[in-house]
Structure formats: structure tokens, C-alpha cells
Ligand binder design. Structure first.
Ligand code: URA
Length: 233
């Protein structure tokens, strides 16, 4: 859709041919309903994108959220981690992975000397909390995906970690079970993606024995550290 036809939805036209920057800068024309696409390049910063997310109603989750949860960490990080969606703590604080899952994730990262402040940017497939922490629907995922793609473009990470099946499906389209594909590298849009277990799954399966989920996660996170070192070398 051209910039003019997008903006005509609001009965307005633009002189500029640069639809992306026009949409991001003009708060009467924000693409926060589902009928307005968000073309790649719409946002020039994460904070601009975050401002739109706070007033977004591209799906029903906008009706029940307390805060849209956009992301946290280093906006120029080499590693981006994608979770499923905010839980109660995240919805209240407006930040991803600040509850028990997040605490475990930070510990796992620290074990290979990675910190969210320095090495990681973290976000979710959907920016608003699904009620009762249910899995987001395909329509909710599709409505929020342009924001996710814009965040990936802006952060420009070399490595993306997909925590759990929802993140894997949203990015790669793969429907394989996480147990089958975790720990494998998938090349996507010039980036290295690895599906890993969601930390909430590890909280439910805490046994550290060889071959168990926690042990497998330890193998995966070491492979991530090695890939980062290789990329930096
Ligand atoms: N689980 C997620 O997938 N994301 C969060 O932000 C918190 C818990």
C-alpha cells in the first residue's frame, strides 16, 4: 500500500513521499490499528516505537494491558532474546522478563558472562499481556509482528535467541516442538537464530541431570557464548 493510500484511511494526504518517517512522526496518523500497516523503516528509534505501542490497539490485548512491554537492555546489543509475551509482573512494570522467569534467565546468561545491560536486548513476540498468561493467538502475533520486526531492524543483532515455540514460530514459521529444534542454529535474514527452552519451562523442570532441560540449556548457552566470541573475533 502506498503512503498516500495509507494516510487516506484517515482522510488525509501527505506531501512527503517518505511514508515511514511521516507515520512515525505524526501522532494523528499512528499505525496503531490493525488496518494500517507498519512498513519496515517506520521508526528511527526504539523510543519512538515504544510511544506508539503505549497507545496501540492493533489487537484486543490493548484493551486489557496496564502497560505495553516493549523491551529492555542494550539497544545495540549483538544478541536479541525474544520471549512469548508479558506476564503480570511485566504488565505492571512495563518491562520484559522481570518476574521469576527473567531472574532465571539473567542467572543463565551470567553463567557465561553475558549481561542484559551490555550484551543483550530482550523483547517479546507480543507487547501486551495475554489474559491469564495464555499463549497469544495467531491474530495477536500477526498484529504485533511489525513492531517485533522493527525492533530487530533497529537493534540489528547478529544472534537471536528464540525462547520457546511461540517465538520460534513467529520468526521462522517452524512448527517443530522446541525439544526437537532447541540448540540448532537457523540462518534467518542474515542473522543466527537459536531456539532455546523458555525459562518458565526450566522453572517447571528444575532437575540438573545430564540430558534434562536444564542441562540442555547449559549446552545451548555455551554454544551461544562461543558464537558471539567467534563473531567478535
Ligand atoms: N515470559 C515471557 O515470555 N516474556 C516475559 O516478558 C516474561 C515472561
Amino acid at each position: 500500500m502506498s503512503s498516500e493510500s495509507q494516510l487516506n484511511i484517515f482522510g488525509q494526504t501527505v506531501a512527503s513521499s517518505d511514508s515511514a518517517s511521516t507515520l512515525a512522526g505524526n501522532f494523528d496518523l499512528i499505525p496503531t490499528i490493525n488496518s494500517i500497516p507498519i512498513p519496515p523503516g517506520t521508526y528511527s528509534s526504539i523510543s519512538q516505537l515504544a510511544t506508539h505501542c503505549q497507545v496501540c490497539h492493533r489487537c484486543e490485548l490493548g484493551k486489557t494491558r496496564t502497560n505495553a512491554v516493549v523491551g529492555r537492555g542494550n539497544e545495540q546489543a549483538p544478541i536479541l532474546i525474544i520471549g512469548e509475551g508479558p506476564g503480570q509482573n511485566e504488565d505492571e512494570q512495563g518491562l520484559p522478563f522481570v518476574g521469576r522467569s527473567g531472574q532465571l534467565l539473567e542467572k543463565i546468561l551470567a553463567a557465561v558472562k553475558l549481561s542484559i545491560e551490555q550484551d543483550i536486548y530482550i523483547c517479546n513476540v507480543v507487547r501486551c499481556r495475554p489474559p491469564e498468561n495464555r499463549v497469544p493467538t495467531p491474530a495477536e502475533v500477526a498484529a504485533c509482528k511489525p513492531y517485533l520486526l522493527e525492533q530487530i531492524r533497529l537493534v540489528n543483532p547478529k544472534i537471536i535467541l528464540l525462547t520457546g515455540a511461540t517465538a520460534v514460530r513467529a520468526i521462522t514459521g517452524k512448527k517443530d516442538g522446541i525439544t526437537k529444534i532447541r540448540g540448532t542454529w537457523i540462518e534467518w535474514e542474515g542473522r543466527w537464530c537459536m531456539p532455546i527452552f523458555h525459562p518458565a519451562y526450566l522453572l517447571r523442570n528444575p532437575a540438573p541431570d545430564v540430558g534434562k532441560p536444564k542441562w540442555l540449556m547449559w549446552q545451548d548457552i555455551q554454544a551461544v557464548r562461543a558464537k558471539l566470541d567467534e563473531h567478535r573475533a
